[in-house]
Write a protein that binds this ligand. Sequence first.
Ligand SMILES: [Zn+2]
Length: 376
Amino acid sequence: MLTHGLGCCRTPSGDIPEHWPSRTSVYGGLGPTRCLCDIARVGADYPKVELHVHLESTMRPELLLQLAQRNDCPLPASTLAGLARFCVATSFGDLGRIWLEVTKVLRHEQDFGDVLLSYAREATRQGAVYVEAIFNPIIHQRRGVDMDAVFSGYCDGAQKAREEYGLEVRLTPDADLWFSAAEAEELARYAVAYRERGVVGFGVSGADYRDSPAPFVRASQIARDGGLAFTPHAGEFGGADLVRFAVEQLHASRIRHGLGAIEDPGLLKEIAEAGIGLDICPISNVRLGAIPTLAEHPLPVFISAGIRCSISSDDPAFLDTDLTRNCDAASSLGVSPRTLFEAGVAGALCDDATRARVAEIGAAFDWSRIEPSAWT
Ligand SMILES: [Zn+2]
């Protein structure tokens, strides 16, 4: 079996979420390491759909240095190697600190477009044919960047991605759970205003074991009334109660992660019957300690329960990962690349014509070249 040699079996540096008891009852306690060394490489290019990637977390060191120089904005390191060392998160706290530090380089409309186009190049090389990308505009606004510059920059980048790479990119801005309800509601209105330029959803993200999504009910309503889907993070670290809240109170179309649902078989059934997809990011879940080891990931249980699960990279530049590695991790758990692709197509929030074009790419691909019969 080929393995990625990810430099794994690291001992985590700490910052384990406090909201853990119910999850440990499921997983039997957090192990001493977060092992990813048993990921088998599929060993072939195949089409992929990615529905959960944070654009600001795709900035590799080369792009960060370029933006830092252009905007005369110093970073914590001034070399590629130094930045690569800085941008490694082994906990959710790490991830937040890195994110806040490096996103300071994003100042102007063109910067956001460049971030999107750079990721479109990376994703296309890995076989992505459709991407739904998240961005978190409120922090940029608090730093003095005009909200329209953030939206316009990303929307321009999506247009260029289509022209230069043939990649379809749709956008889903997130409000951070630690910002105010008023800020989230203003963001929801902006998201609706940019619907014609490729914004298809609106969500919330943050430390779900600490910050409640309850104040965001109205923001989710504004987005849904404006024709957007609501796609919240829920149950990444928190339990089934938070996933249930996202389903019942926030009327989620898809749920980002949703791992906490594993505690509640009735909820799994509800999610499956409602056709709510889960955005699964296996390497992120292990790297950040949401799941002790890849072998214990609930993905196979979710699929057995009839839930559509797509695979994404979440924060690839800060988690030493990419889309292919995440898909390979899912395949190591016995899930076929074709199943993942079809779940992505079904969960995508684009228009029907685009969905049909993406589905055709999958239908035309010879999956038998890469799929052993053991995969589901
Ligand atoms: Zn995420």
